[in-house]
Design a protein around this ligand. Structure first.
Ligand code: EPZ
Length: 418
């Protein structure tokens, strides 16, 4: 297993190119199964998760190739089963249900396990498919869906924690080729849902309202092949913006979409970080007086749960008290204990973390746990005095393309070691 060895204290300076969005690529790659014709997806980040999704769609029977950020897929004939030993490795595989139901009118996909940030249920996905008239049951750990009687329907996809991103994606993909009109109320509004809708429309789907809480889909007979470039990764961008802030650096982000980062920019400005637009680029400067800022994670356009851990790292060295409340995954605090090992002062109260800013962190060996918590630990290592070793960095490689190379190019003293 690889680890990162980081010697803290170097302010990040220079330019970083933001890669394509992982969370946009995964459902879009699944959507290529909706047509037997050739699809070309560009700007796909080279991550273990995206490579894995390509492997899964090949296992299902599609021809697929992933080279230099471009995925070419021809799903002429597809099976309808996604087995446990594949799905358990990446719960986002659950978004295969929609395309399989849409294309073959049946699906057998292993129920994804939980993961370290929480139980990850799919009850709202299944509610959506049932509203389309599919017969859905869970047997021996598999979702078994029969869609022969499917027709457009109206459904409400809101849950205790807001809507569901992949649930909205799943229903959109099935409804796109299901006769009749489907109306999704309380749909997820994330940019990744909009990107998927845009790809489906390029394939011939009729979808209106993506990005708003009400999405209307008029089913069509068939979808044809299409080409698409995925949006930049707003969480990678937010992570590098926070890294510039944490290290007191001066970083220009190339290729990020400021319009996808409203809540993150708002909180960084509140924390005293300078964020400016320079034409299409964003410039983040971390020098200057810092203020603590409270955060509550919410569905888009609120503050993203995937940025909660990274922002907490910034607050651990910001004088004052900040309260960070996690409303999407109330247990998403694996990073707290590890940050504590570096000297952070964080008290957990239910789904809130009370962070008391310290003058400094000091380096130590720490353990990565989930994707975004691991990024937060790397950020802490960049500013901690002395050496920090982050173990199990495979978690990070799932969602960040060559993060150590990009950080080193910005002046960070970070080495990957076997
Ligand atoms: C997507 O997961 C992202 N993953 C997650 O990013 C992200 O944290 C999450 O959206 C929230 O923004 C991908 O896009 C691949 P949800 P998703 O369904 O769609 C509950 C990362 O780090 N819920 O929007 O699975 C659920 O438990 C990953 O890149 C139900 O109760 O998330 C959670 O509390 C981590 N029933 C909340 O809703 C359901 O049927 C939001 O989940 C579905 C979800």
């Amino acid at each position: 297993m690889d680890k990162f060895v980081i010697n803290g204290g170097a302010p990040l300076k220079g330019e970083v190119a933001i890669s394509g969005s992982k969370n946009s690529s995964l459902p879009i790659l699944a959507a290529t199964l909706l047509t037997p014709e050739r699809c070309v997806i560009r700007g796909v980040p080279d991550l273990s998760d995206t490579r894995f999704m390509v492997e899964i769609i090949k296992h299902i029977g599609a021809e697929a190739e992933f080279k230099d950020g471009v995925v070419t897929v021809e799903a002429r004939k597809i099976r309808t089963i996604a087995p446990y030993d594949l799905v358990r490795k990446m719960r986002a595989s659950v978004c295969l249900l929609g395309p399989l139901l849409g294309r073959r009118r049946k699906a057998k996909v292993s129920v994804p396990g939980g993961c370290i940030i929480g139980p990850r249920p799919i009850d709202i996905h299944l509610k959506g498919f049932r509203a389309l008239g599919a017969d859905v049951r869970i047997e021996k750990g598999y979702v078994i869906a029969d869609g022969k009687n499917m027709a457009g329907g109206t459904m409400f996809l809101g849950g205790r924690f807001g809507s569901t991103v992949l649930g909205t994606a799943n229903v959109m993909m099935a409804a796109a080729v299901t006769k009749g009109t489907t109306v999704i109320e309380s749909a997820a509004c994330e940019p990744e849902v909009v990107d998927l809708a845009q790809f489906l429309v390029k394939m011939g789907a009729q979808i209106h309202g993506a990005g708003s809480p009400t999405v209307t889909i008029h089913g069509v007979e068939h979808l044809h092949g299409a080409e698409h470039t995925v949006i930049p990764d707003r969480i990678e961008a937010g992570t590098f913006m926070t890294a510039a802030a944490v290290t007191g650096g001066h970083v220009t982000l190339k290729g990020a979409r400021p319009d996808h980062l409203g809540a993150v920019i708002d909180k960084l400005l509140e924390a005293g970080v300078k964020v400016e637009r320079a034409g299409p680029d964003m410039v983040v400067r971390g020098e200057g007086r810092r203020e603590p800022a409270d955060v509550i994670t919410m569905p888009y356009p609120g503050f993203p749960t995937d940025m909660q851990a990274q922002f907490m790292t910034l607050m651990t060295i910001t004088p004052g008290i900040s309260v960070i409340t996690e409303k999407i995954y109330p247990e998403r605090f694996m990073h707290v204990a590890e940050l504590g090992r570096l000297g952070a002062n964080i008290a957990l109260e239910g789904s809130s973390a009370i962070v008391k800013g310290m003058p400094k962190l000091s380096g130590a060996p720490i353990m990565a746990s989930d994707l975004r918590a691991s990024a937060a630990l790397v950020l802490a290592g960049l500013v901690a005095h002395g050496q920090t070793t982050v173990n199990r960095v495979y978690h990070i490689d799932r969602g960040y393309e060559r993060i150590d190379e990009k950080l080193r190019a910005l002046g960070a003293r970070i080495e990957r070691q076997k």
